[in-house]
Design a binder for this molecule. Structure first.
Ligand code: UD1
Ligand code: CA
Length: 470
Protein backbone atom coordinates (compact mmCIF):
# COMPACT_ATOMS: atom_id res chain seq x y z
CA UNK A 1 0.00 0.00 0.00
CA UNK A 2 1.09 3.53 -0.74
CA UNK A 3 2.97 5.23 2.08
CA UNK A 4 1.28 8.62 1.93
CA UNK A 5 -2.24 8.01 3.18
CA UNK A 6 -4.18 10.39 5.40
CA UNK A 7 -7.75 9.99 6.60
CA UNK A 8 -10.61 12.33 7.43
CA UNK A 9 -13.35 11.06 9.73
CA UNK A 10 -16.40 13.30 9.41
CA UNK A 11 -18.25 13.52 12.70
CA UNK A 12 -19.55 17.06 13.15
CA UNK A 13 -23.22 16.34 12.48
CA UNK A 14 -25.90 16.46 15.15
CA UNK A 15 -27.34 13.02 14.69
CA UNK A 16 -30.90 14.33 15.03
CA UNK A 17 -32.45 10.94 14.32
CA UNK A 18 -30.85 9.46 17.48
CA UNK A 19 -33.16 11.69 19.63
CA UNK A 20 -30.40 11.96 22.20
CA UNK A 21 -28.52 14.46 24.33
CA UNK A 22 -25.37 12.44 23.62
CA UNK A 23 -23.65 13.25 20.31
CA UNK A 24 -24.36 10.39 17.88
CA UNK A 25 -20.73 9.41 17.40
CA UNK A 26 -20.35 8.81 21.16
CA UNK A 27 -23.13 6.23 21.33
CA UNK A 28 -21.38 2.96 22.11
CA UNK A 29 -21.36 -0.18 20.00
CA UNK A 30 -19.72 -3.17 21.71
CA UNK A 31 -18.42 -0.81 24.38
CA UNK A 32 -16.64 1.59 22.03
CA UNK A 33 -17.98 4.97 20.89
CA UNK A 34 -19.14 4.84 17.26
CA UNK A 35 -16.42 7.24 16.13
CA UNK A 36 -13.70 4.91 17.44
CA UNK A 37 -14.60 2.21 14.92
CA UNK A 38 -13.93 4.03 11.62
CA UNK A 39 -11.01 5.83 13.27
CA UNK A 40 -9.37 2.53 14.21
CA UNK A 41 -10.12 1.13 10.76
CA UNK A 42 -8.34 4.14 9.19
CA UNK A 43 -5.37 3.81 11.54
CA UNK A 44 -5.34 0.07 10.82
CA UNK A 45 -5.16 0.80 7.09
CA UNK A 46 -1.98 2.75 7.76
CA UNK A 47 -3.44 6.24 7.50
CA UNK A 48 -1.42 8.98 9.14
CA UNK A 49 -2.35 11.62 9.98
CA UNK A 50 -5.98 10.86 10.80
CA UNK A 51 -8.10 14.00 11.22
CA UNK A 52 -11.44 13.82 13.02
CA UNK A 53 -13.79 16.62 12.01
CA UNK A 54 -15.85 17.55 15.06
CA UNK A 55 -18.64 20.07 15.52
CA UNK A 56 -21.84 19.22 17.35
CA UNK A 57 -20.91 18.41 20.97
CA UNK A 58 -17.32 19.02 19.91
CA UNK A 59 -15.83 19.42 23.39
CA UNK A 60 -17.44 16.24 24.72
CA UNK A 61 -16.42 14.28 21.64
CA UNK A 62 -12.91 15.75 21.79
CA UNK A 63 -12.46 14.57 25.39
CA UNK A 64 -13.68 11.07 24.56
CA UNK A 65 -11.40 10.92 21.54
CA UNK A 66 -8.35 12.06 23.55
CA UNK A 67 -9.07 9.49 26.27
CA UNK A 68 -9.06 6.78 23.70
CA UNK A 69 -6.49 7.88 21.12
CA UNK A 70 -4.24 10.34 22.96
CA UNK A 71 -2.23 12.24 20.37
CA UNK A 72 -2.39 9.59 17.66
CA UNK A 73 -5.20 11.50 15.91
CA UNK A 74 -5.78 15.16 15.06
CA UNK A 75 -9.04 17.04 15.37
CA UNK A 76 -10.49 19.95 13.41
CA UNK A 77 -13.65 21.94 14.14
CA UNK A 78 -16.47 22.52 11.70
CA UNK A 79 -18.31 25.27 13.55
CA UNK A 80 -21.42 25.33 11.31
CA UNK A 81 -22.56 22.07 9.78
CA UNK A 82 -22.85 23.09 6.15
CA UNK A 83 -22.69 19.58 4.74
CA UNK A 84 -20.31 16.67 4.27
CA UNK A 85 -18.43 18.49 1.50
CA UNK A 86 -17.81 21.42 3.84
CA UNK A 87 -16.71 19.05 6.62
CA UNK A 88 -14.18 17.50 4.24
CA UNK A 89 -12.88 20.98 3.40
CA UNK A 90 -12.33 21.67 7.09
CA UNK A 91 -10.54 18.36 7.53
CA UNK A 92 -8.38 18.88 4.47
CA UNK A 93 -7.35 22.35 5.68
CA UNK A 94 -5.97 20.69 8.81
CA UNK A 95 -3.64 18.67 6.55
CA UNK A 96 -2.09 21.88 5.14
CA UNK A 97 -0.06 21.30 1.99
CA UNK A 98 0.08 17.54 2.48
CA UNK A 99 0.15 15.37 -0.65
CA UNK A 100 -0.89 11.77 -1.14
CA UNK A 101 -4.17 9.86 -0.95
CA UNK A 102 -6.88 11.08 1.41
CA UNK A 103 -9.33 8.51 2.71
CA UNK A 104 -12.65 10.04 3.76
CA UNK A 105 -15.06 8.11 5.96
CA UNK A 106 -18.09 9.03 8.07
CA UNK A 107 -17.93 8.82 11.84
CA UNK A 108 -21.30 7.05 11.94
CA UNK A 109 -20.15 3.99 9.94
CA UNK A 110 -18.68 1.56 12.46
CA UNK A 111 -18.55 -1.58 10.31
CA UNK A 112 -15.92 -0.73 7.75
CA UNK A 113 -12.70 -2.73 7.86
CA UNK A 114 -9.05 -1.74 7.41
CA UNK A 115 -8.65 -4.36 4.67
CA UNK A 116 -11.21 -2.77 2.39
CA UNK A 117 -10.00 0.77 3.15
CA UNK A 118 -6.50 -0.29 2.13
CA UNK A 119 -7.94 -2.01 -0.97
CA UNK A 120 -9.62 1.27 -1.99
CA UNK A 121 -6.34 3.18 -1.72
CA UNK A 122 -4.71 0.47 -3.82
CA UNK A 123 -7.47 0.71 -6.40
CA UNK A 124 -7.06 4.48 -6.73
CA UNK A 125 -3.39 3.95 -7.34
CA UNK A 126 -3.71 1.18 -9.85
CA UNK A 127 -6.29 3.10 -11.85
CA UNK A 128 -4.67 6.54 -11.37
CA UNK A 129 -8.21 7.86 -10.81
CA UNK A 130 -8.41 11.10 -8.80
CA UNK A 131 -11.30 9.54 -6.88
CA UNK A 132 -12.18 6.00 -5.85
CA UNK A 133 -15.18 5.03 -3.77
CA UNK A 134 -16.94 2.05 -2.25
CA UNK A 135 -20.35 1.08 -3.53
CA UNK A 136 -22.80 -1.41 -2.09
CA UNK A 137 -25.91 -3.20 -3.27
CA UNK A 138 -28.68 -3.27 -0.69
CA UNK A 139 -32.23 -4.63 -0.52
CA UNK A 140 -33.56 -1.37 0.89
CA UNK A 141 -31.67 1.67 -0.42
CA UNK A 142 -33.89 4.13 1.46
CA UNK A 143 -31.96 7.06 2.92
CA UNK A 144 -28.74 6.48 1.02
CA UNK A 145 -27.23 8.33 -1.89
CA UNK A 146 -27.77 6.34 -5.13
CA UNK A 147 -24.96 5.69 -7.61
CA UNK A 148 -25.93 6.73 -11.13
CA UNK A 149 -23.85 5.03 -13.80
CA UNK A 150 -23.47 6.23 -17.36
CA UNK A 151 -23.76 4.20 -20.56
CA UNK A 152 -20.07 3.29 -20.17
CA UNK A 153 -20.90 1.63 -16.83
CA UNK A 154 -18.83 4.16 -14.86
CA UNK A 155 -20.37 6.25 -12.10
CA UNK A 156 -21.54 9.64 -13.34
CA UNK A 157 -22.82 11.10 -10.13
CA UNK A 158 -24.43 10.33 -6.81
CA UNK A 159 -27.92 11.56 -6.12
CA UNK A 160 -29.14 11.96 -2.55
CA UNK A 161 -32.47 10.49 -1.49
CA UNK A 162 -33.97 13.97 -1.08
CA UNK A 163 -32.88 15.02 -4.57
CA UNK A 164 -33.74 11.78 -6.35
CA UNK A 165 -36.59 11.14 -8.76
CA UNK A 166 -38.87 8.18 -7.97
CA UNK A 167 -37.08 6.24 -10.71
CA UNK A 168 -33.63 6.99 -9.25
CA UNK A 169 -34.86 5.94 -5.83
CA UNK A 170 -35.34 2.44 -7.18
CA UNK A 171 -31.58 2.08 -7.81
CA UNK A 172 -30.20 -0.40 -5.33
CA UNK A 173 -26.51 0.51 -5.72
CA UNK A 174 -25.82 2.99 -2.96
CA UNK A 175 -23.02 5.17 -1.69
CA UNK A 176 -21.78 3.87 1.67
CA UNK A 177 -19.63 6.99 2.06
CA UNK A 178 -16.05 5.78 1.79
CA UNK A 179 -13.79 7.68 -0.57
CA UNK A 180 -10.10 7.79 -1.52
CA UNK A 181 -8.98 10.90 -3.35
CA UNK A 182 -5.79 12.49 -4.53
CA UNK A 183 -5.14 15.35 -2.12
CA UNK A 184 -4.30 17.99 -4.74
CA UNK A 185 -7.33 17.17 -6.89
CA UNK A 186 -9.55 17.02 -3.78
CA UNK A 187 -8.51 20.55 -2.78
CA UNK A 188 -9.67 22.05 -6.06
CA UNK A 189 -12.78 19.86 -6.34
CA UNK A 190 -14.00 20.68 -2.82
CA UNK A 191 -13.43 24.36 -3.56
CA UNK A 192 -15.85 24.13 -6.48
CA UNK A 193 -18.78 22.51 -4.62
CA UNK A 194 -22.03 24.48 -4.48
CA UNK A 195 -25.11 24.03 -2.27
CA UNK A 196 -27.51 23.75 -5.21
CA UNK A 197 -29.57 20.87 -3.80
CA UNK A 198 -32.62 20.03 -1.71
CA UNK A 199 -30.77 20.44 1.61
CA UNK A 200 -28.79 23.56 0.65
CA UNK A 201 -25.59 21.84 1.77
CA UNK A 202 -22.21 21.18 0.27
CA UNK A 203 -22.43 17.51 -0.66
CA UNK A 204 -19.24 15.48 -0.60
CA UNK A 205 -21.01 13.14 -2.98
CA UNK A 206 -20.82 15.78 -5.72
CA UNK A 207 -17.12 14.84 -6.05
CA UNK A 208 -18.18 12.08 -8.43
CA UNK A 209 -19.73 14.54 -10.88
CA UNK A 210 -16.72 16.85 -10.35
CA UNK A 211 -14.30 14.10 -11.40
CA UNK A 212 -16.39 13.39 -14.48
CA UNK A 213 -16.52 17.10 -15.33
CA UNK A 214 -12.72 17.10 -15.15
CA UNK A 215 -12.77 14.32 -17.74
CA UNK A 216 -11.39 11.85 -15.20
CA UNK A 217 -12.65 8.40 -14.30
CA UNK A 218 -14.00 7.35 -10.92
CA UNK A 219 -12.98 3.90 -9.69
CA UNK A 220 -15.38 1.85 -7.57
CA UNK A 221 -14.97 -1.08 -5.21
CA UNK A 222 -18.08 -3.07 -4.38
CA UNK A 223 -18.16 -3.87 -0.67
CA UNK A 224 -20.67 -6.08 1.13
CA UNK A 225 -23.57 -4.34 2.85
CA UNK A 226 -22.49 -5.89 6.17
CA UNK A 227 -19.53 -3.52 6.16
CA UNK A 228 -21.27 -0.40 5.06
CA UNK A 229 -24.33 0.01 7.25
CA UNK A 230 -24.45 3.56 8.63
CA UNK A 231 -26.04 4.53 11.94
CA UNK A 232 -28.65 7.28 11.83
CA UNK A 233 -31.10 6.03 14.46
CA UNK A 234 -31.12 3.60 17.36
CA UNK A 235 -32.55 0.73 15.32
CA UNK A 236 -29.57 0.99 12.97
CA UNK A 237 -27.27 1.30 16.00
CA UNK A 238 -28.61 -2.01 17.32
CA UNK A 239 -28.22 -3.65 13.91
CA UNK A 240 -24.62 -2.44 13.55
CA UNK A 241 -23.77 -3.43 17.11
CA UNK A 242 -25.08 -6.93 16.40
CA UNK A 243 -22.70 -7.29 13.45
CA UNK A 244 -19.78 -6.01 15.54
CA UNK A 245 -20.75 -8.41 18.33
CA UNK A 246 -20.62 -11.33 15.91
CA UNK A 247 -17.13 -10.26 14.83
CA UNK A 248 -15.89 -9.85 18.40
CA UNK A 249 -17.18 -13.32 19.31
CA UNK A 250 -15.76 -14.89 16.16
CA UNK A 251 -12.33 -13.44 16.94
CA UNK A 252 -12.49 -14.74 20.52
CA UNK A 253 -13.53 -18.18 19.27
CA UNK A 254 -10.49 -18.26 16.97
CA UNK A 255 -8.33 -17.28 19.93
CA UNK A 256 -9.57 -20.27 21.94
CA UNK A 257 -12.75 -19.25 23.76
CA UNK A 258 -15.75 -21.61 23.94
CA UNK A 259 -19.13 -19.89 24.15
CA UNK A 260 -21.82 -22.35 25.18
CA UNK A 261 -24.50 -20.15 23.62
CA UNK A 262 -22.73 -17.46 21.57
CA UNK A 263 -25.91 -15.69 20.50
CA UNK A 264 -26.82 -14.98 24.12
CA UNK A 265 -23.68 -13.20 25.34
CA UNK A 266 -22.63 -9.56 25.36
CA UNK A 267 -18.88 -9.06 24.93
CA UNK A 268 -17.28 -5.63 24.55
CA UNK A 269 -14.65 -5.22 21.87
CA UNK A 270 -11.89 -4.39 24.36
CA UNK A 271 -12.40 -7.54 26.48
CA UNK A 272 -9.36 -9.83 26.44
CA UNK A 273 -9.25 -13.60 26.66
CA UNK A 274 -6.68 -16.29 27.32
CA UNK A 275 -6.98 -19.76 25.78
CA UNK A 276 -9.42 -22.49 26.76
CA UNK A 277 -11.78 -20.07 28.41
CA UNK A 278 -15.40 -21.24 28.70
CA UNK A 279 -18.22 -18.71 28.76
CA UNK A 280 -21.73 -19.85 29.69
CA UNK A 281 -25.05 -18.58 28.40
CA UNK A 282 -26.30 -15.04 29.05
CA UNK A 283 -22.94 -13.77 30.24
CA UNK A 284 -22.04 -10.08 29.92
CA UNK A 285 -18.34 -9.13 29.74
CA UNK A 286 -17.70 -5.42 29.42
CA UNK A 287 -15.12 -2.65 29.74
CA UNK A 288 -11.50 -3.66 30.28
CA UNK A 289 -12.36 -7.15 31.48
CA UNK A 290 -9.52 -9.64 31.04
CA UNK A 291 -10.30 -13.34 31.39
CA UNK A 292 -7.17 -15.45 31.38
CA UNK A 293 -6.40 -19.10 30.47
CA UNK A 294 -8.78 -21.88 31.45
CA UNK A 295 -11.19 -19.64 33.30
CA UNK A 296 -14.83 -20.72 33.40
CA UNK A 297 -17.47 -17.99 33.55
CA UNK A 298 -20.81 -19.54 34.45
CA UNK A 299 -24.26 -18.69 33.17
CA UNK A 300 -25.63 -15.23 33.80
CA UNK A 301 -22.43 -13.65 35.16
CA UNK A 302 -21.80 -9.94 34.62
CA UNK A 303 -18.13 -8.89 34.62
CA UNK A 304 -17.10 -5.27 34.11
CA UNK A 305 -13.49 -4.01 34.25
CA UNK A 306 -12.58 -7.24 36.02
CA UNK A 307 -9.43 -9.35 35.73
CA UNK A 308 -9.75 -13.08 36.32
CA UNK A 309 -6.45 -14.96 36.51
CA UNK A 310 -5.83 -18.42 35.10
CA UNK A 311 -7.82 -21.43 36.21
CA UNK A 312 -10.43 -19.59 38.24
CA UNK A 313 -14.12 -20.42 38.17
CA UNK A 314 -16.80 -17.76 38.35
CA UNK A 315 -19.95 -19.70 39.16
CA UNK A 316 -23.32 -18.62 37.72
CA UNK A 317 -24.99 -15.30 38.40
CA UNK A 318 -22.03 -13.54 39.95
CA UNK A 319 -21.60 -9.80 39.39
CA UNK A 320 -18.06 -8.41 39.38
CA UNK A 321 -17.15 -4.77 38.78
CA UNK A 322 -13.59 -3.52 39.07
CA UNK A 323 -12.48 -6.72 40.79
CA UNK A 324 -9.26 -8.73 40.54
CA UNK A 325 -9.52 -12.46 40.96
CA UNK A 326 -6.24 -14.35 41.37
CA UNK A 327 -5.28 -17.76 40.01
CA UNK A 328 -7.30 -20.82 40.91
CA UNK A 329 -10.02 -18.96 42.80
CA UNK A 330 -13.70 -19.79 42.95
CA UNK A 331 -16.38 -17.12 43.06
CA UNK A 332 -20.13 -17.53 43.48
CA UNK A 333 -22.72 -18.61 42.58
CA UNK A 334 -24.48 -15.33 43.34
CA UNK A 335 -21.40 -13.45 44.55
CA UNK A 336 -20.97 -9.70 44.21
CA UNK A 337 -17.47 -8.30 43.85
CA UNK A 338 -17.51 -4.51 43.81
CA UNK A 339 -14.66 -2.12 42.91
CA UNK A 340 -11.48 -2.87 44.79
CA UNK A 341 -12.35 -6.48 45.59
CA UNK A 342 -9.16 -8.53 45.36
CA UNK A 343 -8.85 -12.29 45.68
CA UNK A 344 -5.38 -13.71 46.06
CA UNK A 345 -4.48 -17.11 44.63
CA UNK A 346 -6.81 -19.93 45.60
CA UNK A 347 -9.26 -17.79 47.57
CA UNK A 348 -12.91 -18.82 47.66
CA UNK A 349 -15.93 -16.55 47.74
CA UNK A 350 -19.25 -18.33 47.89
CA UNK A 351 -22.92 -17.56 47.51
CA UNK A 352 -24.37 -14.24 48.63
CA UNK A 353 -21.01 -12.81 49.58
CA UNK A 354 -20.35 -9.15 48.81
CA UNK A 355 -16.89 -7.60 48.76
CA UNK A 356 -15.93 -3.94 48.28
CA UNK A 357 -12.39 -2.50 48.64
CA UNK A 358 -11.47 -5.73 50.34
CA UNK A 359 -8.71 -8.27 49.89
CA UNK A 360 -9.03 -11.94 50.62
CA UNK A 361 -5.57 -13.44 51.08
CA UNK A 362 -4.12 -16.58 49.54
CA UNK A 363 -6.35 -19.61 50.12
CA UNK A 364 -8.75 -17.73 52.38
CA UNK A 365 -12.43 -18.50 52.29
CA UNK A 366 -15.65 -16.55 52.72
CA UNK A 367 -18.12 -19.08 51.52
CA UNK A 368 -21.56 -17.93 52.58
CA UNK A 369 -23.66 -14.82 53.20
CA UNK A 370 -20.96 -12.34 54.11
CA UNK A 371 -20.11 -8.66 53.63
CA UNK A 372 -16.45 -7.69 53.51
CA UNK A 373 -16.05 -3.93 52.96
CA UNK A 374 -12.87 -1.92 53.54
CA UNK A 375 -11.21 -5.08 54.80
CA UNK A 376 -7.84 -6.77 54.55
CA UNK A 377 -7.90 -10.52 55.17
CA UNK A 378 -4.61 -12.42 55.36
CA UNK A 379 -3.77 -15.89 54.02
CA UNK A 380 -5.46 -19.10 55.10
CA UNK A 381 -8.27 -17.37 56.98
CA UNK A 382 -11.81 -18.66 57.27
CA UNK A 383 -14.64 -16.18 57.38
CA UNK A 384 -17.75 -17.92 58.70
CA UNK A 385 -21.22 -17.72 57.24
CA UNK A 386 -23.00 -14.46 57.90
CA UNK A 387 -19.92 -12.46 58.91
CA UNK A 388 -20.35 -8.72 58.47
CA UNK A 389 -17.68 -6.05 58.55
CA UNK A 390 -19.45 -2.99 59.95
CA UNK A 391 -17.37 -0.49 58.00
CA UNK A 392 -19.71 2.50 58.12
CA UNK A 393 -20.89 4.45 61.16
CA UNK A 394 -23.22 6.69 59.21
CA UNK A 395 -20.49 9.25 58.64
CA UNK A 396 -17.11 7.69 57.90
CA UNK A 397 -15.78 4.38 56.55
CA UNK A 398 -13.30 2.34 58.61
CA UNK A 399 -10.96 -0.57 58.03
CA UNK A 400 -11.13 -4.14 59.30
CA UNK A 401 -7.88 -6.10 59.39
CA UNK A 402 -7.92 -9.86 59.75
CA UNK A 403 -4.58 -11.66 60.10
CA UNK A 404 -3.30 -14.89 58.53
CA UNK A 405 -4.99 -18.07 59.71
CA UNK A 406 -7.79 -16.30 61.56
CA UNK A 407 -11.03 -18.20 62.09
CA UNK A 408 -14.14 -16.04 62.26
CA UNK A 409 -17.17 -18.01 63.47
CA UNK A 410 -20.58 -17.68 61.86
CA UNK A 411 -22.69 -14.57 62.23
CA UNK A 412 -19.93 -12.39 63.66
CA UNK A 413 -20.14 -8.62 63.34
CA UNK A 414 -16.77 -6.91 63.21
CA UNK A 415 -17.17 -3.24 64.08
CA UNK A 416 -14.47 -1.23 62.29
CA UNK A 417 -11.89 0.04 62.89
CA UNK A 418 -10.84 -3.29 64.31
CA UNK A 419 -7.97 -5.77 63.97
CA UNK A 420 -7.99 -9.49 64.58
CA UNK A 421 -4.42 -10.64 65.10
CA UNK A 422 -3.00 -13.58 63.17
CA UNK A 423 -4.20 -16.97 64.35
CA UNK A 424 -7.03 -15.36 66.29
CA UNK A 425 -10.39 -17.01 66.79
CA UNK A 426 -13.74 -15.23 66.90
CA UNK A 427 -16.59 -17.14 68.47
CA UNK A 428 -19.78 -17.49 66.42
CA UNK A 429 -22.35 -14.77 66.99
CA UNK A 430 -19.84 -12.32 68.44
CA UNK A 431 -19.92 -8.58 68.06
CA UNK A 432 -16.27 -7.56 68.00
CA UNK A 433 -15.53 -3.90 68.59
CA UNK A 434 -12.10 -4.14 70.24
CA UNK A 435 -8.91 -5.50 68.70
CA UNK A 436 -8.23 -9.21 69.19
CA UNK A 437 -4.60 -10.13 69.97
CA UNK A 438 -2.74 -12.82 68.00
CA UNK A 439 -3.84 -16.37 68.77
CA UNK A 440 -6.50 -15.14 71.20
CA UNK A 441 -10.11 -16.34 71.35
CA UNK A 442 -12.63 -13.52 71.37
CA UNK A 443 -16.20 -14.11 72.52
CA UNK A 444 -18.46 -11.11 72.34
CA UNK A 445 -21.97 -12.32 73.13
CA UNK A 446 -24.31 -13.13 76.08
CA UNK A 447 -23.26 -16.25 78.00
CA UNK A 448 -25.55 -19.24 77.46
CA UNK A 449 -27.65 -20.48 80.36
CA UNK A 450 -29.43 -23.93 80.36
CA UNK A 451 -32.55 -24.39 82.49
CA UNK A 452 -33.19 -28.18 82.80
CA UNK A 453 -36.81 -29.23 82.22
CA UNK A 454 -37.95 -25.65 81.69
CA UNK A 455 -39.15 -26.25 78.11
CA UNK A 456 -41.61 -28.98 79.14
CA UNK A 457 -43.09 -26.73 81.85
CA UNK A 458 -43.34 -23.85 79.42
CA UNK A 459 -45.23 -26.01 76.91
CA UNK A 460 -47.73 -27.13 79.60
CA UNK A 461 -48.38 -23.56 80.71
CA UNK A 462 -48.90 -22.45 77.11
CA UNK A 463 -51.39 -25.26 76.49
CA UNK A 464 -53.46 -24.17 79.57
CA UNK A 465 -53.48 -20.61 78.34
CA UNK A 466 -54.69 -21.62 74.84
CA UNK A 467 -57.66 -23.59 76.35
CA UNK A 468 -58.85 -20.52 78.31
CA UNK A 469 -58.82 -18.34 75.22
CA UNK A 470 -62.44 -17.22 74.38
C1 UD1 B 1 -24.37 10.50 3.60
C2 UD1 B 1 -24.13 10.63 2.10
C3 UD1 B 1 -24.95 9.57 1.38
C4 UD1 B 1 -24.56 8.21 1.87
C5 UD1 B 1 -24.67 8.10 3.38
C6 UD1 B 1 -23.99 6.82 3.85
C7 UD1 B 1 -23.67 12.98 1.63
C8 UD1 B 1 -24.23 14.26 1.09
N1 UD1 B 1 -24.51 11.96 1.65
O1 UD1 B 1 -25.74 10.77 3.85
O2 UD1 B 1 -24.74 9.65 -0.04
O3 UD1 B 1 -25.37 7.22 1.25
O4 UD1 B 1 -23.98 9.20 4.03
O5 UD1 B 1 -24.15 6.61 5.22
O6 UD1 B 1 -22.50 12.92 1.98
N2 UD1 B 1 -21.17 15.51 8.86
C9 UD1 B 1 -20.30 16.52 9.21
N3 UD1 B 1 -20.60 17.81 8.90
C10 UD1 B 1 -21.73 18.15 8.23
C11 UD1 B 1 -22.62 17.11 7.87
C12 UD1 B 1 -22.32 15.81 8.19
O7 UD1 B 1 -19.26 16.25 9.81
O8 UD1 B 1 -21.91 19.34 7.97
C13 UD1 B 1 -20.84 14.12 9.22
C14 UD1 B 1 -21.87 13.52 10.14
O9 UD1 B 1 -21.47 13.70 11.49
C15 UD1 B 1 -21.86 12.05 9.76
C16 UD1 B 1 -21.41 12.05 8.32
O10 UD1 B 1 -20.85 13.31 8.07
O11 UD1 B 1 -20.95 11.29 10.53
C17 UD1 B 1 -22.56 11.78 7.37
O12 UD1 B 1 -23.57 12.76 7.56
P1 UD1 B 1 -25.11 12.37 7.53
O13 UD1 B 1 -25.90 13.61 7.74
O14 UD1 B 1 -25.37 11.22 8.42
O15 UD1 B 1 -25.27 11.95 6.00
P2 UD1 B 1 -26.34 10.98 5.35
O16 UD1 B 1 -27.62 11.70 5.20
O17 UD1 B 1 -26.35 9.70 6.08
CA1 CA C 1 -25.43 8.95 8.02
Amino acid sequence: MERNVAALVLAAGKGTRMSSALPKVLHPACGKPLIAWPTEAALGAGASPVVLVLGHGGDVVERAVRRRFGDTVRTARQEAQLGTGHAARVGLEALGAWSGTVLIVYGDCPLLTSEHLAALVDLRHRTAAPLALWTTRVDDPHGYGRVLRGSDGLPERIVEEKDATPEQRRIDEINPGVYAADAAWLRTALGRLTPANAQGELYLTDLVAAARADGRGVATLEVDAKETQGVNDRAQLAAAAAVLQERVIRRAQLEGVTFLLPTSVVVDADVRFGVDVTVGPLVQLTGATDVKDEVVVGAGCVLHDTVVAAGSIIHPYSVCDGARVGEGCTVGPFARLRPGAVLDEGAHVGNFVEMKKARLGKGSKANHLTYLGDAEVGAGANIGAGTITCNYDGVGKYQTTIGDGVFVGSNATLVAPVTIGRGGYVAAGSTISADVPEDALAIGRGRQENKPGYAAGLRARNAERAKKKP
